[in-house]
Every structure is written in structure tokens, then in C-alpha cells.
Design a protein around this ligand. Structure first.
Ligand SMILES: Cc1ncc(COP(=O)(O)O)c(C=O)c1O
Length: 411
């Protein structure tokens, strides 16, 4: 007799974007002539660079010739891409063995699937507000209790607010798995070296593991801020870093990411290389149990992106998005709103101000300025009273949206 995984019934997740679509649809049906400007969604909009396109085309052409055709790829991903990534990290003073890099088809799945190599009784800590995948995958795995009063039982929440500048501090109690998203989605908060060191020290002391989601690391321009957890001494003993080519080179649709599991990583009662071996078993490319490798075409694109020319071109695309973030931040600050993030992260986190909760301000922005945002309350209890605006839009649309806000929003 088959039964379902009842943990799925505890999930609250999909409500946020469904509700946004519903409210936008209701508004456009009542106001068919009004142009809606979307600053809500964290999806890239700008075309891939010439060098990335060339890499992708070369990848396709190789498949047209029996001599260069490839089927299933190397375990853990194309060695040329892993070498290019290892060289990329080396420039920041981080030594990664190519064996430690696992190419994936994106960071979201890895953030969720990584849980499968840890004990089911492990206690998980997440920040609040939070990128929902860390929570929902903990729920599905059975690491939480019921959802009560806006939070899951058994999950430990590290609260982020104005006081800590939206960067969490390590929990007071003992936890086993800590998800950190840095730069942060949704708040745009970015941790300093000292703030990350506090987590590494905590993890080493408690034999905990940090799952460090660095999907937006290339948006950090302040050279004093660490981009990788491995810039912190001791992190290779306690942290897994997950990254994505989605926001870095515009591969949200192409799909490519990577996860670093250091050989030195140890958790309670394990020797070096054990955790690495488990992920390798699950994920090791054509030899993995539950993953058969990332697209060879996508990997050609990323190899090209990591060339000197490719990196220069991609920096320009990131600067384009970050200029949007700057425009959003400046414009809303001028209006007297309290605005966070948007400096080393592509998200701007806006305080709704007195009298409005997140959904109330979402409706106000939609009705008065015709701009779609994302209500902060959808990311957790501590997101209440905020909205998230995304810089991943066309500059013209950002300008139009800001002009409309400046002209029409009644504050
Ligand atoms: C923090 C964070 N991690 C991971 C992802 C997903 O990355 P990918 O497209 O590689 O699955 C996103 C996407 O928005 C994200 O915001």
C-alpha cells in the first residue's frame, strides 16, 4: 500500500508567488489600460555575453561531429570547468582541489539535496527572513515539526533585522546544519569577515556544518567583504559552498551551478573525506546515484565565461544590474523610505513604514504606482513590514517604475 510523504502537507511555501500573480491579475482585469512594471522577481533579463554565446555554440557544434561528440560527462563535471573554477578561487587566495568541486545543474537543487547526506535527527538553523528552499527541503526531509504561528517547530531561526543590519549571528543553542545565504536573498544583507568568522568558529566548536549559498557572490564589489566562506580560516573543515551560474552569467534558463565539498570537512564521528565521499556517491556525474551530470553545452558556456574576456564582459552585466539597484535605492531613499541592501547584492529591502504591513504596501505600490514588488512576509516572520525589490530588470523599466513611484505613491 503506497502512502505519501506526509511532510509535504506541512509545506506553506507556494502561497507567496501565487498570491502575487492573483493580485496582479485582479488589478489588470479591473485596469486593462494600465502598464504594470515588475520589480518583484529575481530572474535575469539581459542577454548572455558574446563570449558565453560563443562557448555555447562551440558546445553545440561539438555534438554535430562524431569525433568531438560527448555523451554522459566526467564524474563531477568537465575537468576544464573545474580547473577554471579552481583557478578563479586561487586568485582570491583559496586553494580548491578539483576533486572538491561538483558541477551541478543549479544551486537550488543542491541546497535541498545536500541534506540527504546528513543524519535525519540533525537540527537545522536558517535565517529569518530566509530563501525558502532551505526551510522547505528541511520540512520534506522530516527535520521539522508542524508549522505553528508562522514558524516550523524544531527549526532554529536566526533573526535578521535593522539592529544586526540583516546579517544573522550564530544561534545560542547547539544546531547541526546552518544555512547561510550571503549576499542575502531577500534582504540584500552582506556579512563582514568577522561576522562569517563567528559562524566558522561556532561550527568548528559544535561540529556543525555550514551550507553557504553564495549564489550572489559576484555582486559583491566591496573588496573588504568576503565572497567565499573559504576566505575564513578553518572553513574548509566545516563548510560546504554552493554557487550558481544563474545570476553570475545569466544561466537561470540554461541551468548550471557547482558545489564545493572540501576533503577536509568533518562532522561528528567522521574522518576527513567521508562527507565528500557521500556527496560524490550521490552526485558524482555519470557515476552518481542520483545525478547524471550537468549539460555539456552549458558547461562549455561557463568555461568560456571564466576566460579573461568572458569575465570582463560579465562584470559589465553585473554592473548594469547593480546600477539598477543603486537607482532604486537612491530614488526610494529620496522619498523618505528606509531602504537596505542593494549595495553588494541585487536586492533592495524596503521598510514599509507605519500603518502598512508587507501585503498592504504591496497593494499600495501596485494600485498607486503600478509596480509589482515581493512582500517580505513571504520570506518569514521577520520579513513582515518589508518588501523586496529586484534589480534584475531592464534599465528602462526600472526608470519608468521609479518615475511612477516618485509621481504617484502617496507617502
Ligand atoms: C539564494 C539563492 N540560491 C539559489 C538560487 C537558485 O539558483 P539556481 O538557479 O542555480 O538553481 C537562487 C535563485 O533565485 C537564490 O536566490
Amino acid at each position: 500500500m503506497a502512502t505519501i510523504n506526509k511532510n509535504y502537507e506541512k509545506l506553506q511555501g507556494s502561497y507567496l508567488f501565487l498570491e502575487i500573480s492573483k493580485r496582479v491579475k485582479d488589478f489588470t482585469e479591473k485596469n486593462p489600460d494600465v502598464e504594470i512594471m515588475r520589480l518583484g522577481i529575481g530572474d535575469t533579463t539581459q542577454p548572455l555575453t558574446k563570449t558565453v554565446i560563443k562557448g555555447l555554440l562551440d558546445g553545440v557544434k561539438k555534438l554535430a561531429n562524431a569525433k568531438t561528440y560527448t555523451g554522459y560527462g566526467e564524474a563531477q563535471g568537465d575537468i576544464r570547468l573545474r580547473v577554471a573554477l579552481s583557478d578563479f578561487y586561487k586568485k582570491r587566495g583559496i586553494h580548491l582541489d578539483v576533486k572538491e568541486i561538483f558541477i551541478s545543474d543549479g544551486a537550488k537543487a543542491d541546497c535541498a539535496n545536500i541534506q540527504s547526506i546528513f543524519g535525519i535527527d540533525n537540527v537545522v538553523a536558517v535565517s529569518d527572513p530566509v530563501y525558502p528552499v532551505y526551510v522547505d527541503s528541511s520540512v520534506i526531509a522530516g527535520r521539522t515539526g508542524e508549522f505553528k504561528n508562522g514558524r516550523y517547530e524544531k527549526l532554529v531561526y536566526m533573526e535578521c533585522d535593522e539592529e544586526n543590519n540583516f546579517v544573522p549571528v550564530p544561534p545560542k543553542q547547539k544546531v547541526d546544519i546552518i544555512y547561510l545565504c550571503n549576499p542575502n536573498n531577500p534582504t540584500g544583507g552582506v556579512a563582514t569577515r568577522e561576522q562569517l568568522k563567528a559562524f566558522v568558529d561556532y561550527a568548528l566548536l559544535n561540529k556543525a556544518v555550514i551550507i553557504f549559498d553564495a549564489a550572489y557572490s559576484e555582486y559583491i564589489s566591496d573588496t573588504n567583504l568576503p565572497k567565499s566562506i573559504y576566505e575564513i580560516e578553518g572553513a574548509k573543515k566545516c563548510a560546504i559552498e554552493i554557487n550558481s551560474f544563474s545570476k553570475w552569467i545569466g544561466f537561470t534558463g540554461v541551468r548550471l551551478g557547482f558545489t564545493v565539498v572540501p576533503l577536509d570537512l568533518v562532522v561528528f564521528n567522521t574522518q576527513k573525506e567521508k562527507v565528500h565521499a557521500l556527496w560524490s556517491k550521490r552526485q558524482g556525474g555519470s557515476q552518481g546515484i542520483m545525478f547524471n551530470g550537468a549539460s555539456n553545452i552549458a558547461q562549455e558556456g561557463a568555461i568560456s565565461a571564466l576566460s579573461e574576456k568572458g569575465q570582463m564582459e560579465n562584470k559589465k552585466v553585473i554592473a548594469y544590474y547593480m546600477n539598477n539597484a543603486k537607482m532604486i535605492k537612491n530614488s526610494l531613499t529620496k522619498l523618505g523610505l528606509k531602504v537596505f541592501g542593494g549595495e553588494n547584492a541585487p536586492y533592495v529591502w524596503v521598510k514599509t513604514g507605519a500603518g502598512f504591513n508587507s501585503w498592504g504596501f504591496f497593494d499600495k505600490l501596485l494600485k498607486e504606482a503600478h509596480v509589482v514588488s515581493t512582500p517580505g512576509s513571504g520570506f518569514g516572520l521577520k520579513g513582515e513590514g518589508f518588501i523586496r525589490l529586484s534589480a534584475f530588470a531592464d534599465k528602462k523599466n526600472v526608470k519608468k517604475a521609479l518615475e511612477s513611484i516618485e509621481k504617484n505613491l502617496k507617502l
